[in-house]
Design a protein around this ligand. Structure first.
Ligand code: GLY
Length: 404
């Protein structure tokens, strides 16, 4: 079988399936561009919740509930650290209007049964002494953690290689078929790979695959910064803030190595530019609530693309062809949803049954009519021959990452 995409989601699926005895080739895509590298690594089902994306909450909570075991398993299988941090998240408001917004959020969280402790300014600063005295109040959210996504990604990749995953350099642009059965993929350089099962896990690029109906996945640009504290004090937990209507998050890494500040949310397709305005606003907002960040060195500016779907929830399970499996559209929650996605997709490939928790997230929810669903991947089937392919296109440009 082939896994298209070597980010966190693709690597975790490939690792699980290789561990179950499958022969897995993973086409890694453009690793420098993967959201898995760019992301801040928040595991935040509570503070990332949006009023319109409530249907996603059970899946997000299920995945967080698996994270400790998942990270321990990855560390054990790879011999590498994953950088899981179980310190809580503090979400703060900068001015009176921001506090009104945070209060609305708190009321929403109460209504749907999510725990967040209200903090007056003094208590927030006692918990996080680097917070500005200007901060008007906040929420303490025990359930929102973080992980060093770059460490985790490296560890899952190593675990996969140990389990036998074969990594293929290249960028898949075309899905090949034989009748109603998937038969493999074509890479941008024209290389054809045969497989009876193809798992699409290429994030924001899933919507560009040819040979199948276009998947409803769009790139949502995010600019993000990495700061080097240079030995200065750094926040002891993730700080999210609403500052004069704009939102920012500041995620420290253990050991004072780096502080991640993110992120813009821009519907600009695969625009790759780091802009002065994007960097300015992130630094301004971080400094408003954590003045110390102004003293840090600007170490890296990066652009990434979240895979957005029409409801910004993932697309999991059967695609339009027999043997075509989808694991994309994770939007703002790809790092968080990695364990539950890997479990659900590997179970689907191995048994033909999508676990209950993932059933609300199939592609079918976007269909206006309901054609006969394709059969699940067959454990015994072999790749059909005589595939056809469109001419290859070139792989996408790498995003701008500037090491400063
Ligand atoms: N999950 C954080 C972001 O998408 O910016």
């Amino acid at each position: 079988m082939i896994v298209v995409g070597g980010g966190l989601i693709g690597s975790a699926i490939a690792w699980r399936l290789a561990g179950a005895g499958r022969t897995v080739r993973m086409v890694v895509g453009e690793p420098g561009a993967a959201a898995s590298r760019v992301a801040a690594g928040m595991l935040a089902p509570v503070t990332e919740i949006s009023f319109t994306e409530q249907a996603l909450l059970p899946l997000n909570l299920a995945s967080l509930g698996r994270y400790e075991t998942f990270a321990a398993e990855v560390a054990e299988a790879s011999g590498l650290p994953t950088g899981l941090s179980r310190t809580p998240t503090i979400s703060v408001a900068y001015d009176a209007d921001d506090l009104a917004r945070l209060t609305t959020l708190k009321e929403f969280l109460d209504r749907i049964g999510l725990k967040a402790e209200r903090l007056v300014s003094r208590d927030a600063r006692r918990l996080e002494p680097l917070l500005s005295p200007q901060v008007r109040g906040g929420l303490l959210v025990d359930a929102d953690w973080s992980i060093d996504n770059r460490l985790l990604w490296a560890a899952i990749g190593a675990a996969g290689r140990r389990a036998g995953v074969a990594e293929v350099d290249g960028f898949v642009h075309h899905v090949r078929r034989s009748g109603t059965q998937v038969s493999g993929v074509t890479l941008a350089d024209g290389t054809e790979l045969d497989a009876a099962v193809v798992v699409v896990a290429c994030g924001a690029w899933a919507g560009q695959l040819t040979g199948i109906d276009p998947l409803p996945v769009r790139p949502v640009k995010g600019q993000i910064l990495r700061l080097d504290p240079r030995g200065l004090p750094q926040p002891s937990q993730t700080v999210r803030a609403i500052t004069q209507g704009s939102e920012v998050y500041v995620v420290p890494r253990a050991g004072g190595r780096e502080v991640v500040v993110g992120a813009t949310v821009e519907e600009k397709g695969f625009d790759r530019g780091v802009t002065a305005d994007g960097v300015y606003e992130l630094l301004r907002d971080a400094r408003r609530v954590l003045p110390m960040t102004a003293e840090y060195a600007l170490a890296e500016t990066t652009v990434g693309w979240r895979p957005g779907s029409p409801d910004n929830a993932p697309i999991l399970g059967p695609g339009e062809l027999d043997g075509l499996v989808l694991a994309t559209g994770h939007y703002r929650n790809g790092v968080l949803l990695t364990p539950v996605t890997a479990d659900a997709i590997s179970a689907y490939v191995l048994t033909g049954e999508l676990p209950e928790e993932a059933r609300a997230f199939t592609l079918e929810r976007f269909a206006t009519s309901h054609p006969t669903p394709p059969s699940p991947p067959s454990p015994a089937s072999s790749p059909p021959s005589s595939p056809t392919a469109s001419p290859p296109t070139s792989s996408p440009p790498a995003p701008e990452t500037v090491q400063l």
